[in-house]
Design a protein around this ligand. Sequence first.
Ligand SMILES: Nc1ncnc2c1ncn2[C@@H]1O[C@H](COP(=O)(O)OP(=O)(O)OP(=O)(O)O)[C@@H](O)[C@H]1O
Ligand SMILES: [Mg+2]
Length: 276
Amino acid sequence: MSLVGRHLELEALRACIAVGRHVLLEGPVGVGKTALARSVCAEAARGFVRVDGDGRYSEARLVGQFDPPMVLQHGYRAESFIDGPLLRAMREGAVLFINELNRMPEGVQNVLLPAMDEGMIVVPMLGEVRASPGFGVIATQNPGEFVATGALSEALLDRFELVRLDHAEEAEEREIVRLNCYGAPDAALIEGAVALVRATRSDPRIRRGASVRAAIAIADLAAHLARTAESLDDALFRAAALALPHRVELADPHNVRLATVLDDLRKKGTGARAGR
Ligand SMILES: Nc1ncnc2c1ncn2[C@@H]1O[C@H](COP(=O)(O)OP(=O)(O)OP(=O)(O)O)[C@@H](O)[C@H]1O
Ligand SMILES: [Mg+2]
């Protein structure tokens, strides 16, 4: 998958990787954090070991653990140990990509500290493991989530460089949608889907708008619905009703419904090129 745009961010990530720095990618859901990290690792021919953070993630899952039957047979030896993603990335000199690091329990986050600045970790009964050249961490966090999940500790933040991402420009979002669609929707539908999703980000009645992921879904669904819909515009707004309600957060959900906002957008002609 080729990456659209993001030249400055790519350059920043390349620099970090080249000089052995770790990167914290911060940006809203669906902005392209994973796509950017994958792209820079592929370009640098760096291995990519992925971990998805959640509140129940354990230290043993991240580092690895002894396999009980192997321990019974061979004792606490290196061959009895099953590497977790951290040890695998360290040994392979790969990039450990941690999605939503801030959702991991603090104890698990702390395991990363020596690995990140000394390139080593001490595992009980196994001993010291040193990172091969090339090892690095790229982690993500979504801003504005910290109330529910907790922020990263100062010590951990101090080991990262920060790269912030915001939604791409309109022309780039159209290209992203075109490249990521299941089928090959009409250009007018792609344009309409992107215009509609961007409108959710600027409408004052919506607190948190949708990402390009929603535009991809709308364009794909609309292309299918268009077979029976009265017009492309009709297909577009029917697709939007499937793709948007759970992806946007209304500012005042008790008084304004998303359907009303979508009706207004339709009346204003947002996405209207699809109607021609
Ligand atoms: N610059 C880009 N070039 C190509 N595709 C992109 C780009 N940005 C985003 N995408 C596509 O948009 C979708 C969402 O991007 P991605 O999964 O990288 O977002 P994310 O920020 O990691 O989201 P989340 O916060 O949910 O993890 C994916 O299908 C991805 O391929
Ligand atoms: Mg992601």
